[in-house]
Ligand binder design. Structure first.
Ligand SMILES: Nc1nc2c(ncn2[C@@H]2O[C@H](COP(=O)(O)OP(=O)(O)OP(=O)(O)O)[C@@H](O)[C@H]2O)c(=O)[nH]1
Ligand SMILES: [Mg+2]
Length: 480
């Protein structure tokens, strides 16, 4: 395996000249400056920067600070070396996110960039949604250790409805920021041993269509640009002719600009790398080819792709921009990508999150707001809200009880009315029956009277009939 960042491959500029030596940039932060390979130039530059910073501080503190000459060597000029040594012993970490449609050559490009074969199965085209696959590897080059995490999209662009394809990616990036924030907020923090999983660079793989960006690409890049350093690359650029590629690059750039997509710009504020970075910014998006296959070209073994009509060499700058990408991503700007992730993207996430949680730097009178005050304010706000909620619930409960009471009263009233109605009905019925009974009784009495009269009449009749019979019997006897 070859060297990844040690200067084996020379980067040539467009005029054919050799580019400045590969150097990791160092910015103002003390921690982030401890990244350069141990060499005299950056250490001297750091010492110089340190001296300049001291002058600045002296100027800032003004009267209270005096410059005192030293009578002899003290030793704090070794501070930059100490930083470098400490950083080397701690090791570095770098996290790359590869976003691109299935089969666009993401894994092959990673293998080619790091000169190794990372494991990983190709994805199918039948994924129901977009997922992210993350793998971490320990790499060693010279005496520098690198914990490399490669995160790849799986199933990106394979769904019929691609509206939400960006969401899992955004969620993943935010989850890494959140994990870091949680670690920072812990009482016992172990940030020096914490595995920082925040994404430092997002390689966005554009399909070599030669036309324009797909809306999926534009939407996804737009959603990601405030969260991660996006480096757009035209994948499998051997599938596109030279003249088409030039037009395609122009088209992509203009579409990114017109849609307000902020891609990562290689920094030009450090004169050590300003020239090369400025030149490379003009070459974006890089058109790359990936291959780990080594073919014999002339006397040399080279990474290339062989076709029936010829061979395309990965590391030949006339064939593609692979070398430019490797140079910019690994050899020149790796530290800037890490720093931008921390100072820009993570800072934005942290600020929004803390503001959401109620933290402020100053109160309405522009006085500094202490953590204690923030806590008290948030607590009071919370208690106020709790009281408000309690009051609302009480009101609601009273209201419900009142409603229930009214309902019950209404039901009771209805029952009473029903009872009265039934009672009246019953009374009417009773009266009717009594009347009927009375009339029946009357009828019965009248009948009885009639019966008695009839009986009397009958008995009288029978008596009268009896005496006549007696008389007749007597007359009969007399006759005989
Ligand atoms: N023509 C051409 N083919 C390439 C290039 N890079 C990779 N390939 C081929 O494309 C196919 C897919 O490559 P992968 O690297 O597996 O693609 P991927 O994006 O990782 O695929 P998934 O992980 O399945 O999404 C393989 O057959 C590669 O050999 C390239 O630059 N040009
Ligand atoms: Mg893959």
């Amino acid at each position: 395996m070859g060297e990844v960042g040690g200067g084996v491959v020379e980067l040539r500029d467009s005029s054919g000249g050799r580019s400045p030596p590969s150097t990791q940039r160092s910015r103002s932060s003390a921690v982030s400056c401890a990244v350069a390979p141990v060499s005299a130039a950056p250490v001297a530059a750091l010492a110089e920067a340190g001296a300049m910073a001291a002058t600045d501080i002296a100027r800032q503190v003004g009267e209270g600070c005096r410059t005192v000459p030293l009578a002899g060597h003290v030793g704090f000029d070794s501070l930059p070396d100490q930083l470098v040594n400490q950083s080397i012993s701690q090791g570095f970490c770098f996290n790359i996110l590869c976003v691109g449609e299935t089969g666009l050559g993401k894994s092959t490009l990673m293998d080619t960039l790091f000169n190794t074969k990372f494991e990983g199965e190709p994805a199918t085209h039948t994924q129901p949604g977009v997922q992210l696959r993350s793998n971490t590897y320990d790499l060693q080059e010279s005496n520098v250790g690198l914990k490399l995490t490669i995160v790849s999209t799986v199933g990106f662009g394979d769904q019929i409805n691609k509206e939400d394809s960006y969401k899992p990616i955004v969620e993943f990036i935010d989850a890494q920021f959140e994990a870091y924030l949680q670690e920072e907020l812990k009482i016992r923090r172990v940030l020096h041993t914490y595995h920082d999983s925040r994404i430092h660079a997002c390689l966005y793989f554009i399909a070599p269509t030669g036309h324009s960006l797909k809306s999926l690409d534009l939407v996804t890049m737009k959603k990601l640009d405030s969260k991660v350093n996006i480096i757009p690359i035209i994948a499998k650029s051997d599938a596109i002719s030279k003249s088409e590629l030039t037009k395609f690059k122009i088209k992509i750039t203009s579409e990114l600009v017109s849609n307000g997509v902020q891609i990562y710009q290689f920094p030009t504020d450090d004169e050590l790398v300003a020239e090369i970075n400025g030149t490379m910014n003009a070459h974006l998006p890089f058109a790359v080819i990936g291959s780990t296959e080594e073919l014999k070209i002339g006397n040399k073994m080279m990474k290339a792709r062989q076709y029936p009509w010829g061979t395309v060499q990965v590391e030949n700058e006339a064939h593609c921009d692979f070398v430019k990408l490797r140079e910019m991503l690994i050899r020149v700007n790796m530290e800037d990508l890490r720093e931008q992730t921390h100072s820009r993207h993570y800072e934005l996430y942290r600020r929004c999150k803390l503001e959401e949680m109620g933290f402020k730097d100053t109160d309405p009178d522009s006085k500094p707001f202490s953590l204690q005050e923030t806590y008290e304010a948030k607590r009071n706000e919370f208690l106020g809200e709790l009281q408000k909620k309690e009051e609302e619930m009480r009101q609601m409960f009273v209201q419900r009880v009142k409603e229930k009471e009214a309902e019950l009263k209404e039901a009771e009233k209805e029952l009473h009315e029903k009872f009265d109605r039934l009672k009246k009905l019953h009374q009417d019925e009773k009266k009717k029956l009594e009347d009927k009974k009375k009339s029946l009784d009357d009828e019965v009495n009248a009948f009885k009277q009639r019966k008695t009269a009839a009986e009397l009449l009958q008995s009288q009749g029978s008596q009268a009939g009896g005496s006549q019979t007696l008389k007749r019997d007597k007359e009969k006897k007399n006759f005989f």
